[in-house]
Design a protein around this ligand. Structure first.
Ligand code: KE4
Length: 426
């Protein structure tokens, strides 16, 4: 197997760990889940990432989703450059923020009004604060394996038995914060019904196409059941579309599934790779947010001109054919990976614009299934892919993010590398 020259990455990593926790600014980048040190990036171009040692990779992480047009798209770069030349931040309203809110509303009819934040975590935290204010209730129901950012109350694991109060999943998270969180398994109607029968909820929050336990699509009818159970319980239904939004369809998962949430959390694509996220919903709900209403939420760089410029350019480049092309790329990749895996115990889960390769003989239906996948095999396969010039998500619990920059050549390169990597396992 070819070996990576990573001397410069190793040099940078040795210094990084003296200044940054784990040498990185976000844990998954450290590549610990695949048993190697991180690769430091020099630049990206289209579907390609080039590291500081000059190794070139077909990149299927694409910054975890924002880069739906690939790296350094000239029109997005130009938009950011032009915005920066006029000033990087004002702490005052700009016309671009109105335009971006309008583009969001045009794609997501349920989001009549939105508020921008600088991260998905902030957007999640704010949407749930609004749900609690609107309902006058505290309890939030989430699904095991789903991730909505590092919000204290949502860094929770299921307590003893199903449908009971959550327990902290990280030191530093107060038990009181997770006591208002109830966690049930994904795709489990009985557990969901038991929890909604037992608790008066402020909200049911879900990634409609969960991609933080790897991609585990909802069973037929399950999203509809979330809507029905939220209504029966008097809770809001909150879709976390940070990943699925503007990716699985022009109108995200709520368009593709036909299930409409009360509030939507957005991120990634909406900022085009510059820090930006948002939450939104009907005016009647959103006008509770300060200063229109009494629910406080704020952010120095919320709606930042550079992020707004990148987000507007990104959304406006997503023309009618974009989603067809992205779906075709995803299908081509998924079918090729299944073929390359041959008789190996591998599942390839996919929805348009997203994909996960699980090392497991049976389909993955929930987090327990995902956690039972062979992480060592995934890690070895991922390391082999890197050696063959393909940068796949360095964790079994993440998704691949196809982009419009991934052409047939990128797919062919990936499938050749995947075959070689699968072969190196057996
Ligand atoms: P941020 O705070 O990282 O911008 O967004 C949090 C978030 C919220 N909701 C969903 C569905 C998300 O996937 C995320 C963040 N996604 C991860 C990747 N699975 C970001 C990568 C990282 O943590 O470095």
């Amino acid at each position: 197997m070819p070996s990576l020259t990573d001397a410069r990455s190793a040099q940078l990593y040795a210094r990084a760990v003296t200044l940054l926790p784990g040498g990185v600014n976000s844990p998954v980048r450290a590549m610990r889940a695949i048993g190697r040190d991180p690769i430091f990036v020099d630049h990206g171009a289209g579907a390609e990432l080039v590291d500081v040692d000059g190794n070139r990779y077909v990149d299927w992480v694409c910054s975890w989703g924002p880069l739906i047009h690939g790296h350094a798209h000239p029109e997005i770069v130009a938009a950011v450059q032009q915005a920066a030349a006029r000033g990087t931040s004002f702490g005052a309203p700009t016309a671009g923020e109105i335009e971006l809110a309008a583009e969001i509303a045009d794609r997501l009819p349920s989001v009549e009004m939105s508020r921008m934040t600088s991260s998905g975590t902030e957007a999640s935290m704010s949407a749930l604060r609004l749900a609690r204010a609107v309902t006058g209730r505290d309890m939030i129901l989430k699904f095991s394996g789903a991730y909505h950012g590092h919000v204290d109350g949502l860094l929770a694991e299921a307590g003893s038995g199903l449908a009971t109060q959550g327990i902290p999943a990280s030191p530093g998270v107060p038990a009181a914060a997770t006591a208002a969180t109830v966690i049930v398994p994904w795709n489990d109607p009985d557990a969901l019904r038991a929890a909604t029968a037992r608790h008066e909820l402020a909200a049911i929050v879900a990634e409609p196409y969960p991609a933080n336990m790897g991609l585990v699509p909802p069973d037929a009818g399950f999203l509809g059941l979330l809507r029905e159970q939220a209504d029966a319980n008097g809770a809001l239904l909150v879709f976390d579309e940070v990943i699925s939004g503007f990716r699985v369809a022009r109108g995200g998962a709520q368009e593709r599934s036909g299930v409409t949430p009360d509030l939507t959390i957005m991120g990634k694509v909406v900022g085009g790779g510059v820090p930006a996220a948002a939450y939104g919903g009907p005016k009647a709900l959103m006008e509770r947010i300060a200063p229109a209403g009494d629910v406080y939420q704020a952010g120095t760089l919320s709606g930042n001109p550079l992020a707004v410029a990148a987000g507007l350019a990104t959304l406006r480049l997503l023309d009618a054919g974009a989603y067809e092309r992205l779906a075709a790329t995803t299908t081509r990749l998924a079918e090729g990976l299944r073929a390359a895996a041959g008789d190996l115990p591998v599942q390839v889960a996919t929805v348009p614009g997203l994909l996960t390769v699980f090392f497991r003989a049976e389909p993955v239906h929930d987090y327990a299934d995902a956690a039972a996948a062979d992480r060592d095999a995934y890690a070895a396969w991922c390391r082999a892919l890197l050696a063959h010039g393909v940068y796949a998500p360095p964790s079994q619990f993440e998704a691949w993010f196809p982009s419009l920059a991934h052409d047939d050549a990128a797919i062919e390169r990936t499938l050749a590398a995947a075959s070689a990597a699968f072969a190196s396992l057996s």
